[in-house]
Design a protein around this ligand. Sequence first.
Ligand SMILES: CC(C)(COP(=O)(O)OP(=O)(O)OC[C@H]1O[C@@H](n2cnc3c(N)ncnc32)[C@H](O)[C@@H]1OP(=O)(O)O)[C@@H](O)C(=O)NCCC(=O)NCCS
Length: 150
Amino acid sequence: MARIRPMRLSDLKEIVEIENAAFPRPWSLNSFVTQLSNEDSLCLTADERGEVAGYLIATQYVEVWHLLDLAVREDFQRCYIATDLLEHFMEKTIHGHHRGYTLEVRKSNRGAIKMYEGFGFICTGIRKAYYRDNDEDALIMWKDSEDMLA
Ligand SMILES: CC(C)(COP(=O)(O)OP(=O)(O)OC[C@H]1O[C@@H](n2cnc3c(N)ncnc32)[C@H](O)[C@@H]1OP(=O)(O)O)[C@@H](O)C(=O)NCCC(=O)NCCS
């Protein structure tokens, strides 16, 4: 089972490789460095015996956590690594003062949508032609903070 820990600068070489394989319009190295140095962001690495198996980046603004980036190395997929990253993220943020969590996901990304629904995210809207590479729509997903549900 992968160990979830804070992301380090030294992870970024492997992370950029995973990012490039996972997304048609991948983040640059600079984008990761910027998030790592942002004190409102949470950057997590799934460490599988010293190798980066996956990562999650989220940032908090206007009382909402925005899930910005989540990917798992192809040969580690379907081993619940993204699930572990999301669980860790929720545990770390659940008690803070915020209204909830949001993210955008490609309409065609059924696996990811199913995973987010399993975490209680619901689709609250659509951003038309949000993805520039193929003009695909994004689903906007939302999950209330547990404090609000309590
Ligand atoms: C989406 C992604 C992060 C999932 O990571 P993962 O570690 O493989 O996911 P998990 O093993 O934790 O999956 C948990 C559940 O989500 C759903 N799921 C995840 N990937 C799926 C897929 N490819 N097809 C169908 N369901 C999928 C399943 O319900 C799965 O549970 P199950 O295996 O018991 O059926 C990974 O496929 C990935 O990196 N994809 C490319 C980048 C990406 O799309 N990121 C999300 C952007 S919003």
